[in-house]
Write a protein that binds this ligand. Structure first.
Ligand code: 3PG
Length: 307
């Protein structure tokens, strides 16, 4: 019997776990839940006889792969797969997939929620600002970026997007204005919402040169990855631009320094929670389980990211 391991340090909501279990049971596979582990060595041990693994931001390192002798497929229930060592998986012929779009609305709602929270002075009771009439730049117009645009429209924001991989016509069809360089996006927009993945090309790409082009009242919103920010530049931006605000679902390494020196100008969630809703967990978790069943039963490799 095939063993499907759900390995989530940050657990899925109970209805999502039940939904995943149903899919696995119906396929006649063994379902094993391994959550809230506290040390990477426990994950390394847990994968020993798994045929498939469903993960979230859990780290699939070469060591994990080396200890997973039966492993054929890893599905990251979510969008970003920078937590999976793709070359180690490919070397062993292990298929890696994600579940694009399944948790996108949850992340987008959080991005807008954090914007309101900051615009209203962290709900301190002091007079704040409104989002209506402000310009919003969506940096990467994938599934999350599109939902951010849709919701922001309801707030009456002017919306721009930069994404070199998406045709202008597609962006314009959503009532969003495409721009053709990051510089154009940052220099136009009071709010910029990041939706780029963490890759060799994007890591540390959000630097002082770029941020300092933002107009007065600049707020950077990060529900993507902390690695895309160049933290020296972030600190410099706070130091030189008293109007700058930063809200992020992933605290930077220099979080304590920012919160101490620039209190009230930044907010970081205590734990990455963009995708942490019952709905997103259920959508992404069940999609992951179905992808595994389709892979084993039909050889379906849709959503494979290490081709
Ligand atoms: C993603 O890439 O899908 C999000 O960052 C969600 O990550 P999580 O599943 O660890 O909450």
């Amino acid at each position: 019997m095939k063993k499907i391991l759900v390995a989530t340090e940050k657990p899925f909501a109970a209805p999502a776990v039940n939904g995943i279990r149903d899919v696995i049971d119906t396929a006649g596979y063994e379902f094993v839940l391994f959550e809230k582990y506290t040390d990477q060595s426990q994950l390394v041990a847990a994968v020993a006889d798994a045929d498939a693994i469903i993960i979230r931001s859990d780290l699939i390192t070469p060591e994990v792969i080396a200890n997973a002798n039966n492993l054929k497929i890893v599905v990251r229930a979510g969008a970003g797969y920078d937590n999976v060592d793709l070359s180690a998986a490919s070397e062993r012929g292990i298929v890696v997939m994600n579940t694009p779009g399944q948790n996108a609305n949850a992340v987008a709602e959080l991005a807008l929620g954090m914007m309101v929270y900051m615009a209203r002075g962290l709900y301190s009771g002091k007079a704040g600002l409104e989002l209506r009439g402000k310009s919003l730049g969506i940096h990467a117009y994938g599934a999350v970026g599109r939902y951010v645009g849709k919701i922001a429209k309801g707030f009456g924001m002017h919306i721009y997007a930069f994404d070199p991989y998406i045709a202008d016509e597609k962006i314009m069809a959503d009532g969003v204005t495409p721009v053709h360089s990051v510089e154009a996006l940052y220099s136009k927009c009071e709010y910029v919402s990041l939706h780029i993945p963490a890759t060799a090309e994007t890591k540390k790409s959000i630097n002082f040169d770029l941020l300092s082009q933002m107009p007065k009242g600049a707020t950077l919103v990060n529900t993507a990855r902390k690695e895309v920010i160049e933290e020296e530049g972030l600190l410099k931006m706070f130091a030189e631009r008293g109007d700058f605000r930063y809200v992020s679902d992933i605290a930077p390494d220099c979080a304590a320094e920012i919160l101490e020196k620039f209190a009230g100008k930044a907010y970081f969630t205590p734990k990455k929670m963009g995708a942490q809703t019952e709905e997103a967990n259920t959508n992404a978790g069940i999609a992951a389980a179905n992808q595994i069943v389709n892979f084993f039963e039909k050889g379906d490799v849709s959503f494979q990211v290490n081709k």
